[in-house]
Design a protein around this ligand. Structure first.
Ligand code: 5AD
Ligand code: SF4
Length: 462
C-alpha cells in the first residue's frame, strides 16, 4: 500500500512539473462530512500538484464534483452542474472530473457516458488515491478515464490533505458499512467496514493538535463498530471504539471530541463509560433514530425497537448527567402508517433532541426498500415531513430557554458571516452562539453568558 501511495506521489510530481502558475481548480462537494473529508484529501493532492483552489467554477482549469447518492436531490444537482461545466469546457478546455458515491452506481455511469460524454475522469470511492495517475494520463494523452472498481478499497495512509478549517477538523476512522439498512445505498457504494489502525488515527490527531486544531470529529458510517470486522478476523485484537475515545482524549491540545454516526444497536456500555470518563468528549450524542415505530424499524433492518431505543437513551442519561441527543429521522418509509408516524412524533416529544435532521424517504435503486410494494405517495410523505418539522420547531424555544443566563463554554470559530463585527462559535451541544468579543479569542474556548434566544442561534455577552 505504501508502494501505491509512493507511485501516486511520483505522478503528483510529474504533474507539478507540467503545471504552470496559472492552474486553478474548483471543487464542489455534495453530501456528508465523510465526503467533505475525501474532498480535503483531493485538495491535498491537487495543491501538491501546483493547483490553486478557487471559488469561481468558470475560471478553473480543472473542475471536480465529489458526489453523493444518499437521496435523489443530490443527483439532480450533479446533472445541473454538469450542464454549467460543459459551457466552461467549450471555452477553456477545462478538465472535468467526477468522483464519490454516485460513481459507484452502474446506471449513473451509463447515463454519464451517454448524455455527458465530455466528462474526462470518473473515479469512485475506492480509487480516490489514484487521482494523480488518472489526471496525468488525461493531461498527457487527452483520453477519457473511467477508474471505478467494485471491490472494497484498501485503507491508504499518507495522502496529503488540505483542510477547509483551522479550528475544527474531521478524521475518518473507518470506511464502509455492513448494516444494510433497507433504505440505504451506502453499503453498496462504500463497501464493507474496514477500520484505520488506532496508531494512524492517533498520529493524525496528534499532528492536528500541533497545528492548533481544537476540535476533532471522528467520522465513520458506524463509528461504534470501529474495529469490529478486524476483531472478528483476529481474536487477539481487543481494541474498540471506547479505547479509541480514551486514547484520543489523552492528546494534548485537543479540547473537544465529537463523533458521527454511532448506531444504537452497537452502543455498548464500554462506549457509554468512555464518553462519561473522557472530559473532552462532548456530552451530546448523535443517535440516529430513523423511525419511532418498531414495525417500521424492523422493515428498515435497524435491529432495535422503539422501547430499546428509549431504554438506551435513559440508560445514557442515567450514567451521564446533562447529556443531550441529536438524531436523524426518515419520514415516509414504505408501509409507514399514520400510527407508525405518530410513534416517531412520540419519541421526538419524549427525548427532546437538541437537533433533528429530518429526511423524506427517497427510493434508491438496488436497496431492498426500493422493491417494497407499499411505497408512500409523495403528498403524504410531505405532509408528514411538515408535521414533524412543526413539532421539532415548536421544541426549539423551550430548549433555547434553558441556555438563557447560563455560562456556556464556546469554541470561537471566527467572524460571523452575517456581521463582520461579531464573532461566532459553538457550545459543547453544537448550538451556534454569536457574540461581540475581541478577535484574539478566535480558536479559543471561552466562557460566554447567553443573553438572548434568536431561534436558530443564541446571542452571548462577555
Ligand atoms: N432516504 C432518505 N433519507 C435517507 N438517509 C439514508 N438513506 C436515505 C434514504 N434513502 C438518511 C438517514 C441517515 C442520514 C445520513 O441520511 O437518516 O442517517
Ligand atoms: Fe446506511 Fe444504515 Fe449503514 Fe447508516 S448504518 S450508512 S443508514 S446502512
Amino acid at each position: 500500500m505504501e508502494e501505491e501511495i509512493n507511485l501516486q506521489k511520483k505522478y503528483i510530481n510529474k504533474i507539478k512539473e507540467l503545471n504552470n502558475k496559472e492552474n486553478k481548480y474548483y471543487i464542489l462537494t455534495m453530501g456528508c462530512q465523510l465526503n467533505e473529508n475525501d474532498s480535503e484529501k483531493i485538495s491535498g493532492m491537487l495543491e501538491d500538484m501546483g493547483y490553486n483552489k478557487i471559488d469561481k467554477m468558470e475560471e478553473a482549469s480543472l473542475i471536480v464534483f465529489n458526489t453523493c447518492c444518499i437521496r435523489e436531490n443530490a443527483e439532480d444537482k450533479l446533472f445541473g452542474k454538469l450542464g454549467e461545466a460543459k459551457k466552461i469546457k467549450e471555452k477553456k478546455n477545462t478538465i472535468i472530473a467526477i468522483c464519490g458515491c454516485m460513481m459507484q452506481q452502474k446506471h449513473i455511469i451509463e447515463k454519464i457516458k451517454k448524455s455527458y460524454p465530455y466528462v474526462d475522469i470518473i473515479f469512485g470511492t475506492h480509487t480516490l488515491h489514484k487521482l494523480p495517475e488518472d489526471l496525468y494520463k488525461v493531461i498527457l494523452n487527452s483520453i477519457k478515464i473511467n477508474d471505478v472498481i467494485d471491490i472494497d478499497g484498501k485503507v491508504y495512509e499518507g495522502l496529503p490533505i488540505s483542510r477547509n478549517d483551522t479550528v475544527k477538523a474531521s478524521v475518518t476512522i473507518m470506511y464502509g458499512c455492513d448494516n444494510f439498512c433497507s433504505y440505504c445505498i451506502v453499503p453498496y457504494v462504500r463497501g464493507r467496514e474496514r477500520s484505520r489502525r488506532p496508531e494512524d488515527i492517533i498520529e493524525e490527531v496528534t499532528k492536528l493538535a500541533k497545528d492548533g486544531y481544537k476540535e476533532i470529529t471522528l467520522l465513520g458510517q458506524n463509528v461504534n463498530s470501529y474495529m469490529n470486522a478486524e476483531r472478528k478476523k483476529d481474536k487477539s485484537i481487543q481494541y474498540g471504539f471506547a479505547n479509541l475515545l480514551r486514547d484520543i482524549n489523552k492528546i494534548e491540545g485537543i479540547e473537544r471530541i465529537r463523533f458521527i454516526s454511532p448506531h444504537p444497536k452497537d452502543f455498548t456500555d464500554d462506549v457509554i463509560d468512555a464518553i462519561k470518563d473522557c472530559d473532552k468528549v462532548c456530552k451530546i450524542i448523535h443517535l440516529p433514530l430513523q423511525s419511532g415505530s418498531t414495525n417500521v424499524l424492523k422493515n428498515m433492518n435497524r435491529k432495535y425497537t422503539k422501547e430499546s431505543y428509549l431504554n438506551l437513551v435513559n440508560k445514557i442519561k442515567n450514567k451521564i448527567p446533562y447529556v443531550t441527543f441529536s438524531t436523524d429521522i426518515i419520514v415516509g418509509f414504505p408501509g409507514e402508517t399514520q400510527e407508525d408516524f405518530e410513534e416517531t412524533l412520540d419519541v421526538v416529544e419524549k427525548v427532546k433532541f437538541e437537533q433533528v435532521y429530518m429526511f423524506i424517504y427517497s427510493r434508491r435503486i438496488g436497496t431492498s426498500a426500493d422493491k417494497m410494494l407499499n411505497q408512500i405517495p409523495e403528498e403524504i410523505k410531505h405532509k408528514r415531513f411538515d408535521k414533524l418539522k412543526t413539532l421539532v420547531e415548536s421544541q426549539i424555544p423551550e430548549n433555547n430557554k434553558k441556555y438563557i443566563n447560563t455560562i456556556q463554554k464556546v469554541l470561537i470559530e471566527g467572524k460571523s458571516k452575517n456581521n463582520e463585527k461579531m464573532l461566532t462559535g459553538r457550545t459543547e451541544t453544537n448550538k451556534v452562539v454569536v457574540l461581540d468579543a475581541d478577535e484574539k479569542y478566535i480558536n479559543k474556548i471561552i466562557d460566554v453568558k447567553i443573553i438572548e434566544d434568536c431561534m436558530w442561534y443564541l446571542k452571548g455577552g462577555r
